[in-house]
Design a protein around this ligand. Structure first.
Ligand SMILES: C[S@@+](CC[C@H](N)C(=O)[O-])C[C@H]1O[C@@H](n2cnc3c(N)ncnc32)[C@H](O)[C@@H]1O
Length: 292
């Protein structure tokens, strides 16, 4: 999976970026997506964007910023920019310990609560879903836990990402071996079928999920996401600055139903971001609870 921060080996001569141009482009990216790129990564702009600049016939980053701001194709170019700037690393069953703990504690609690209330419904939001491995994993977990009972439940997994290319890939649902690096073999065999492009997710798994492009920096769009029992936002807020982290986590808080849970990536924390959630410690994970 491509990453702005992976090494790009290229024989092409890259276009040099001045400090001033870097700041202009960095600020533009931040304004549009909330993604903050440190000046230490300046050279990565050069390696990553040079091909795009030459495809557009532009010879400087200054011209590229003007293009992004004023060209009649600026809306399409913004999507290209999002593709170039995001880190999309993901896989099925990513962080197995966290997922098992989530299944045995958080998911179990929510399922029991809903059964008791006689409301067999569950809304889950996967925010920053990349190419779909995370929401498909959640759907598979629900299939595994609920088995035959699943047919009686109304389950909605809303899966969103900034990158339209990632959403397209997620909707196709075809994956190569890399995506399965931490997936138990029996899960792969039960929920995927062989495909010329690799392995294709079975339609029953996809049926629970709605994929859409969405920018977590766009508060109005976030308001349209159905109220959730659980929000997954793993390995996303690490790319944001403090202010954006607070805004996004605030939106998750507003979206969550009382007693709902926010799950972050294992290297992420709400320390200095939000005091509104109660951290609940389970072996292998922290679940952040919105107390009702
Ligand atoms: C490293 S991936 C994490 C994928 C998955 N959650 C996981 O943990 O495996 C981060 C994803 O966040 C998305 N992202 C970054 N900024 C975003 C924003 N402002 N709005 C929506 N998605 C964003 C990126 O496009 C990328 O696909």
């Amino acid at each position: 999976m491509g990453s702005l921060f992976s090494n790009t080996i290229s024989l092409r001569k890259s276009v040099q970026i001045s400090d001033d141009e870097f700041v202009q482009l960095r600020d533009f990216i931040y304004e549009k997506s909330g993604i903050f790129v440190d000046i230490k990564r300046k050279y990565l702009f050069e390696s990553r964007f040079s091909k795009r600049l030459s495809a557009l016939g532009l010879s400087s980053f200054g011209d590229y910023v003007k293009f992004l701001k004023y060209d009649s194709n600026k809306a399409q170019e913004l999507n290209k920019l999002f593709e170039l700037v995001t880190t999309n690393e993901t896989s099925f069953w990513r962080d197995t310990k966290q997922l098992e703990s989530f299944r045995d504690h958080v998911l179990k609690e929510k399922i029991e609560e809903q059964r008791k209330a006689g409301k067999l419904e569950l809304n889950i939001w996967s925010a920053g879903c990349s190419s779909g491995e995370e929401p498909y994993t959640l759907s598979i977990l629900l299939h595994e836990v609920l088995r035959m009972e699943l047919a009686k439940w109304r389950i909605n997994i809303t899966a969103v990402d900034l990158s339209p290319a990632m959403i397209e890939r997620a909707q196709k649902g075809v994956y190569g071996e890399y995506a399965f690096k931490t997936t138990p073999e029996e899960i792969k065999n039960r929920y995927f079928t062989k495909d010329p492009g690799g392995w294709k997710i079975k339609p029953a798994v996809g049926k629970l999920i709605k994929f859409q492009q969405m920018n977590l920096n766009d508060r109005m769009s976030l308001k349209r996401v159905p109220r959730s029992h659980i929000v997954f936002c793993r390995n996303v807020i690490i790319y944001f600055d403090q202010d954006m982290k607070q805004r996004v986590v605030g939106s998750f808080y507003d979206n969550l139903l009382p007693d709902g849970y926010l799950m972050l990536g294992h290297s992420e924390t709400l320390h200095k971001v939000s005091k509104t959630f109660k951290p609940i410690y389970h072996p292998g994970t922290i679940a952040y609870k919105k107390e009702g």
